[in-house]
Design a binder for this molecule. Structure first.
Ligand code: SAM
Length: 267
């Protein structure tokens, strides 16, 4: 079985069994959709009329919130069960959401420069080459388009177990190529999924080399000092599991100003 077949099956199972990652947006969350999506104020004040690609974000959360906020939404995801939630929820709410079953590293069904925003939750760990994903996103984004993404941090993926002193063991080499082996501590891994470690050189360097500038970088806090030993939030005290990036597509127009961090974005 290829990594795509394995991950499709794993995510179909997760969606069909009601995983926390397959939870549709609630009425409460839809009241202020942009605040729900973006506690860090990375999005423009309005996304009304913008073309938004929710990449590898089936499950009826991101797509519904962007659509409620007035964006024209396309969701690309590998899992038919995850996409079924987007279709079910958008139909129930009378929203228009386009769903496409495909892998994030081949977006050939989407035209060049057709999106203003690409929003990608944690998912690049499921493909071997993050550079291919970034190249596709750079192609489909318009000049100055926004790319918001979250990824698994490499050190967290290197952790394999907890030792007798309740410290965490970095049991997988940083320069590993190919799928990650299974590990006794799989708190930040999905059951039966095939995952890959992307080094910082890839997570950040490949992004810059694909034609983006990084405007912000955050590490979502998963440490909880009241969590019992062994809990995933106890583990979060030792190594942050995720990194969130705000990046902007550099303009292709020769001679135009490069985007700057404090530029006010007017789509
Ligand atoms: C953590 S879930 C993200 C969805 C969820 N709405 C969220 O907010 O967390 C990761 C998603 O990546 C998808 N996925 C895995 N491999 C993929 C691939 N190669 N191409 C596109 N999507 C993929 C899964 O089907 C799953 O829906």
């Amino acid at each position: 079985m290829s990594h795509l077949d394995e991950n499709r099956a794993a995510w179909n199972r997760l969606a069909d069994s009601g995983s926390q990652f397959a939870t549709v947006a609630t009425d409460d969350e839809c009241r202020e959709p942009l605040k729900t999506l973006d506690s860090r104020n990375w999005l423009p004040a309005s996304v009304h009329g913008l073309d938004v690609l929710c990449l590898a974000s089936g499950g009826g959360w991101q797509s519904i919130l962007y659509a409620v906020a007035g964006a024209r939404v396309t969701v690309v995801d590998l899992s038919s069960s995850m996409l079924a939630l987007d279709r079910r929820e958008s139909a129930r709410r009378g929203l228009n959401v386009r769903t496409i079953e495909a892998s994030m590293d081949d977006l050939s069904m989407l035209g060049d420069q057709t999106f203003d925003i690409v929003h990608q939750p944690v998912s690049t760990c499921y493909v071997p080459s993050i550079a291919k994903v970034y190249a596709e996103i750079a192609r489909v984004l318009r000049d100055d388009g926004l790319y918001i993404s979250q990824h698994k941090q490499p050190t967290s993926l290197q952790v394999t177990r907890r030792d007798a002193q309740n410290k965490y063991v970095v049991g997988i080499e940083y320069y590993i190529e190919g799928p990650l082996p299974t590990a006794p501590d799989d708190s930040y891994r999905e059951a039966n999924a095939t995952e890959y470690l992307h080094r910082w050189d890839n997570l950040v360097g490949d992004l810059c080399r694909a034609g983006f500038v990084i405007e912000d970088l955050r590490e979502p806090l998963r440490a909880d000092y009241s969590a019992p030993v062994g809990h995933f939030r106890y583990r979060g005290r030792f190594t942050p599991p995720y990194v969130r990036l705000k990046a902007r597509r550099v303009s292709r127009t020769p001679g135009s100003d490069p985007p700057t961090a404090n530029k006010i974005w007017t789509p």
